[in-house]
Design a protein around this ligand. Structure first.
Ligand code: FAD
Ligand code: NAI
Length: 328
């Protein structure tokens, strides 16, 4: 029997690495602190339907990622989303169409990671706090004091600040991860009983507290929802209001939305706020993955590349590639 490989994190990076290793005949075990998979691509189930509170859509610029997205399209996990796009700049709202192809998970963003997770061996509600190496193998320890192992290698697929602590056995890697600052994002969802009288479905915002807004039900597979909107605050506004009570965040962002959207905005029938502490790296990197192949310790995630869905998938592939290369 071979000793399995541990993967900490069931976001896209962890699942990308998992599949590359499974395809090469390796045995893996996944761990996640949350109740489900998806990380920042998770969707929140609510009385207003499933809401994409994190990643809104993704683009595929890298050839390898574009190929895998074609497979996801054929399997019905994703669809193209061609929203009626606007931008808000200098107090002006204007249509801003473009030719960019954008994808979303169907019927919710989390469908992609749910499908990738499928029946893989995973332990949820399991926050790993220590990763340590014995003479030959690795052991993980969780917040409940439980030990998991032995593992031949460990792939840490969490945001950089969470990876830093878990990389203590490889100080060089921990040092590199520690240099990555990740910016927070407040996300708010609003649902309206009567659809807002606007043709706008997505908007890049350049003024004020908002950065982006989207009509959630304009995405494929979500048309049975009430008129739901997801608003993202800028990193700067979020940093300044990190500890603001949720109700006040909703009030502020709802106010900013109502001022810019150019149509009457009634009181929402449903609201939700979510704070992403580690939403995006403040700078892109070209690392691919961080690896100590002799130790068998790896870190991957969007922060090793572009800070986007595509970067997360590519980074997971890169961690698996390095690990497999070392085993040959
Ligand atoms: P994550 O998805 O963060 O996965 C990490 C996983 O590790 C999580 O499931 C977490 O629970 C788990 N974890 C962390 N610590 C531990 C621990 N100690 N023990 C066990 N498990 C742990 N990208 C785009 O391309 N387009 C967009 O429109 C877009 N919009 C975004 C909007 C927001 C508000 C946010 C937050 C992100 C957005 N992104 C977008 C970025 C995109 O979501 C990420 O790049 C991508 O999902 C990151 O995947 P990942 O696997 O690297 O990390
Ligand atoms: P993309 O090519 O659609 O967008 C890249 C950027 O180009 C946009 O942020 C926007 O500033 C600009 N842009 C694109 N099309 C535009 C248009 N029609 N009109 C006006 N401006 C336009 O997507 P890509 O490169 O895949 O980026 C992913 C998106 O995810 C970005 O918008 C990024 O800001 C967002 N993101 C948000 C995070 C958050 O925490 N809020 C975290 C990570 C990514």
């Amino acid at each position: 029997m071979t000793t399995p490989i541990a993967i900490i994190g069931t976001g896209l990076a962890g699942l990308s690495a998992a599949h590359a290793l499974l395809d090469a005949g390796q045995e893996i075990r996944l761990f996640d602190k949350s109740r489900g998979s998806g990380g920042r691509m998770a969707s929140k189930r609510s009385e207003a339907g499933a809401l994409d509170m994190g990643a809104q859509y993704f683009t595929a610029r890298d050839r390898r990622f574009a190929e895998v997205v074609q497979q996801w399209l054929q399997r019905g996990w994703v669809a193209e989303w061609s929203p009626s796009l606007y931008q808000f700049q200098n107090g002006q709202l204007s249509a801003s169409p473009d030719e960019q192809v954008r994808f979303v998970g169907t019927p919710r963003m989390s469908s992609i990671t749910r499908a990738l997770l499928s029946a893989l061996p995973v332990e949820f509600n399991c926050r790993i706090v220590d990763v340590f190496r014995g003479e030959e193998n690795w052991t993980l320890q969780d917040t409940e004091g439980r030990s998991h192992g032995p593992f031949s290698s460990v792939i840490i697929a969490t945001p950089a600040p969470q990876a830093t602590a878990l990389l203590a056995a490889a100080p060089k890697l921990a040092g590199a991860a520690a240099t990555v600052a990740m910016e927070p994002t407040w996300a708010v969802a609003l649902a309206f009983a009567t659809p807002l009288e606007t043709g706008l479905e997505g908007c890049f915002v350049q003024d004020g507290p908002l950065d982006w807004l989207a009509r959630n039900r304009s995405k494929p597979g979500r048309d049975n929802q009430p008129d739901t909107w997801v608003l993202h605050a800028t990193s700067a506004w979020t940093r300044q209001h990190l500890d603001m009570p949720r109700e006040q965040v909703i009030e502020h962002l709802h106010g900013a939305f109502a001022e810019m959207i150019g149509c009457a905005v009634p009181a929402p029938t449903f609201t939700l706020a979510h704070r992403w502490l580690y939403a995006k790296p403040s700078l892109a990197h070209q690392w691919g993955t961080l690896a100590d192949v002799d130790l068998g310790l790896y870190a991957c995630g969007d922060w090793c590349l572009s800070g986007r869905v595509e970067g997360a998938w590519l980074s997971g592939q890169e961690a698996a590639r390095k690990l497999l290369e070392h085993r040959r």
